[in-house]
Design a protein around this ligand. Structure first.
Ligand SMILES: [Zn+2]
Length: 279
């Protein structure tokens, strides 16, 4: 899933591509991808897009009349910058927005899950962003890490958008590896020094990710976005720090990758899928 670095860099590129230009029209290409009915999308047609920003994993299109369009790509949503605009309706197409400078943005989805969505919200309405926690790089989140007695596994906490916005499965693996913390540790059980390591790792890993994402051109089109992770998706590969094999814990929808020597004092965490097979 695209996370904060992908979405931040994408928002910056979109701002450069279509910021300052009027939206001339839109083509709804996928059923049920528009999550709001009022104000209607027509309320921003003909209006100038003043700025493209980001909040959590949402791209935020701000219009001169105060209305905003929010876009969430979810797991497999992608965005193509079309210059000039195309008339095609590719498989998985969600919506195409057309701008006066002969650039269009096509949102589409890989696979069959239809989870990418967009919202049109009035001034003062944050829509689905209202329940987001603080930004990952904010002082507010650093304070939470220093003071919280949250008992959940830190891997779960980092991915909970209500607790902290912008981090997903990929960067949470890399952050905890960088911090040398077990994915099963909790803030409740962490020493002050471990908490500082976590804060520093969040900043370092996301800054590295952002630097890399800012080299990307155009939209966010590629199917696979995560080849650059340090440990995420790389179980069985030698740890880049100590050389031991990276291990994983598998869940229905995702897996957690970690290095036993660097993160868990050598302990291999129970893999629920594996133990189910053994039974
Ligand atoms: Zn290691």
């Amino acid at each position: 899933m695209p996370e904060m670095p992908q979405m931040q860099a994408l928002a910056e590129r979109l701002d450069a591509n279509v910021g300052g230009h009027a939206l001339t029209g839109y083509e709804p290409l996928g059923f049920s991808s528009l999550k709001t009915f009022a104000p209607p999308p027509e309320s921003v047609v003909g209006d100038t897009l003043t700025r493209v920003g980001r909040r959590g994993k949402y791209v935020v299109f701000e219009f001169a009349n105060g209305n905003r369009v929010l876009l969430h790509l979810s797991q497999a949503g992608r965005l193509d910058v079309e210059s000039p605009p195309k008339r095609t309706k590719p498989k998985g197409a969600v919506v195409r927005w057309k701008f006066e400078n002969q650039v269009a943005l096509l949102v589409r989805e890989f696979g069959t899950e239809r989870k990418a969505g967009w919202w049109v919200v009035a001034p003062g309405d944050d829509g689905p962003m209202a329940s987001l926690g603080p930004e990952a790089l904010s002082d507010e989140f650093a304070t939470l890490v220093r003071e919280s007695t949250d008992g959940r596994r830190v891997h779960t906490l980092l991915r909970d958008q209500h607790t902290v916005a912008g981090i997903g499965r990929g960067y949470s693996d890399d952050i905890l590896h960088r911090a040398k913390l077990s994915p099963y540790a909790s803030l409740k059980s962490m020493s002050p020094e471990e908490r500082e390591r976590l804060i520093a790792a969040v900043h370092d890993v996301l800054a590295d990710g952002l630097e890399r994402e800012r080299k990307r051109q155009g939209g966010l089109s590629a199917n696979k976005l995560g080849e650059h992770f340090v440990v995420h998706g790389k179980h069985g590969v030698p740890c880049p720090v100590c050389g031991d094999d990276l291990q994983r814990v598998s869940y229905e929808s995702h897996e957690v990758v970690y290095c036993p020597r660097c993160q868990t004092g050598g302990k291999v965490l129970a893999d629920r899928r594996l133990s189910r097979l053994v039974k």
